[in-house]
Write a protein that binds this ligand. Structure first.
Ligand code: BG6
Length: 257
C-alpha cells in the first residue's frame, strides 16, 4: 500500500490479527497494533510525511549518528531517505520461524550521502512480527569497501502511552546517564523506577538488555529487549519544548515516551 505521502509501505500481519506497517520513507515502522487493533506507537497529529522531513512518530532509524555532533544532520540521514525492499532476503535465522511475518529493507549509500559521510555502506533493517504480535527489529551495517568506519545507531521508538505523569520505567534506575539538558554531564540517581514530571533527555549508559515501561492506566507493559545496543535514550520534551517543535502538538508530550 501507500503511506500518507504516496510512498510505498508494507503491512505485516500475524495469524491472529496483530499488525505492523513499515514505510520505505525512512525504513520507518509507522504503526504497530495489537490483535485487538490498539495502536502501540505514537505519531504526532502534526507529523510531516513529505521527504526529506523525518516523520515524528513510529520508529525512526537514527544512522549514521544519534544526536547532533559534527557536521552530519541530527540523528543522521537514514530516517529521511527512501529505502528499498530486498525481494530476495536471507531466510529467518531462528529455529522457530513458523507464522512470523517479516520484511527486509535496504538503504545503500548514494553519491550524495557519500559527499556528507564518505563511507560506502549498506544498511539492512529486518522487521519481524511474531505470532504473538511482538515486534523484532534487526539491523546490519555492511561495510562495502572494507575501510573501517565508526557510526552510531538508534531505534528512536515513540511509545504511545496514556499519560506521561503516570508511567514508570524500570531497568534504568541507578545507571549512569548523560544528560542532554546539562551539557551531556554524566549523572546518576537513586530510586526504584523512573517517573516523569518535567522534560527528560538522557542517554542511559550500558543498560541491562531488558527495560520495561509500565502504563497503569492502559494496563499495558512494554518490555523492550535488546542485543548489541548498549545504551537507552529516554526523551520527553514536556510542555515548553513541545511548543517549539513545529511538527509536534503542544499537548502531545503527555502521550509519548
Ligand atoms: C531525542 C534527543 O532522542 O530526539 C533530543 O535526545 C531530540 O535531544 C529528540 O530533541 C528529537 O529529535 P528530532 O531531530 O527528531 O527532532
Amino acid at each position: 500500500t501507500k503511506d500518507e505521502n504516496g510512498i510505498s509501505q508494507v503491512l505485516l500481519k500475524s495469524p491472529r490479527g496483530a499488525s505492523a506497517r513499515v514505510s520505505l520513507h525512512g525504513g520507518q515502522v509507522r504503526s504497530w497494533k495489537t490483535e485487538r487493533g490498539e495502536e502501540l506507537l505514537f505519531t504526532s497529529s502534526k507529523a510531516i510525511f513529505k521527504p526529506p522531513a523525518a516523520v515524528r512518530g513510529g520508529i525512526p532509524i537514527c544512522f549514521p549518528q544519534f544526536g547532533n555532533r559534527g557536521s552530519l544532520e541530527q540523528h543522521g540521514f537514514a530516517r529521511n531517505r527512501i529505502w528499498v525492499v530486498d525481494k530476495n532476503p536471507p531466510p529467518l535465522q531462528s529455529t522457530n520461524s513458523s507464522g512470523k511475518a517479516f520484511i527486509d529493507l535496504l538503504l545503500k549509500s548514494s553519491d550524495d550521502d557519500l559527499k556528507i559521510w564518505p563511507h560506502s555502506h549498506e544498511l539492512r533493517l529486518r522487521v519481524i512480527l511474531t505470532v504473538d504480535g511482538c515486534l523484532n527489529l534487526i539491523s546490519r551495517v555492511r561495510n562495502v569497501n572494507g575501510k573501517p568506519f565508526s557510526f552510531s545507531f538508534a531505534y528512536h521508538t515513540y511509545f504511545s502511552i496514556s499519560d506521561i505523569s503516570e508511567v514508570r520505567v524500570e531497568g534504568l534506575e541507578t545507571l549512569d546517564y548523560l544528560d542532554n539538558l546539562c551539557n551531556r554531564e554524566r549523572l546518576t540517581e537513586q530510586g526504584d523506577a523512573l517517573t516523569f514530571e518535567s522534560e527528560v533527555d538522557r542517554v542511559y549508559l550500558s543498560s541491562l538488555d531488558a527495560v520495561a515501561v509500565f502504563d497503569h492506566e492502559k494496563k499495558r507493559t512494554f518490555v523492550i529487549k535488546k542485543e548489541g545496543l548498549p545504551d537507552v535514550v529516554v526523551w520527553n520534551p514536556w510542555e515548553k519544548k513541545s511548543k517549539a517543535i513545529t511538527d509536534f502538538g503542544d499537548e502531545e508530550y503527555k502521550h509519548m515516551l
